[in-house]
Design a binder for this molecule. Sequence first.
Ligand code: SAM
Length: 241
Amino acid sequence: MTAKIRLYVQQPLGEGQPVSLPQAQAHYLFGVMRLRAGDTVALFNGTDGEWQAEVTEVGKKGGTLVCRLQSAPLQMPPDLWLLFAPIKKARTDFIVEKATEMGARRIMPVGTDHTNSERIRQDRLQAHAVEAAEQCGGTYVPEVTDLQRLDRLLSDWPEERRLMFCDEAKVGETLGLPTETKPGPWAVLIGPEGGFSRAERERLHGLAFTHPISLGPRILRADTAAVAALTLWQEHLGDWT
Ligand code: SAM
């Protein structure tokens, strides 16, 4: 039977492979979801695909599952990073959750001249990405990096990676999506509530790897803009077609 519950684990998965559960996951499976020996759970670890695993040992502080059958291979999302300036906590959580569902491979909070929040809890955001992957059927969990300054990131930028720069000054212009359709490494950049500073915009426009785009005739909130930009990129250059 295919399991209804999906769990991310940090252990290798393969036929006959036992997986021991930490206390929190044991509590969730056996205390909250009331699973018993013989029940099935879907496991994934971000590298070995999804496996149907049978509960073989039930405990209050732990437990064991054994992988029986691979139910999905690893499906890597396209090589797309999302760079965004963190905003209020709940909206930042939303961006991480949606970027995971939308198939970003790496999620990178960046500090800009007008960034609202200079601190993030990377571990909390990473946990949101795990939860989103569990919910959406993904077999890969994007890495959420620590907050980095955008200017430093641009100085060390890998030249072959194109940057889709969502520029609010282009509001109302035609979208201007890239004309090429071949896959390659890309990133999407979304600014903070206050937008990019003039210096940042000038620098971004001058870089060979940036591709400035408009997101239509209205100014979108940063969280909406992140979802809209990822949708456009996925439809045009990603794994949606
Ligand atoms: N305060 C800024 C202003 O009024 O010009 C708006 C910033 S907007 C809330 C946050 C980010 O979303 C922007 O920095 C940009 O990256 C993106 N964004 C929102 N609407 C956009 C649009 N119509 N075109 C391009 N980017 C947009």
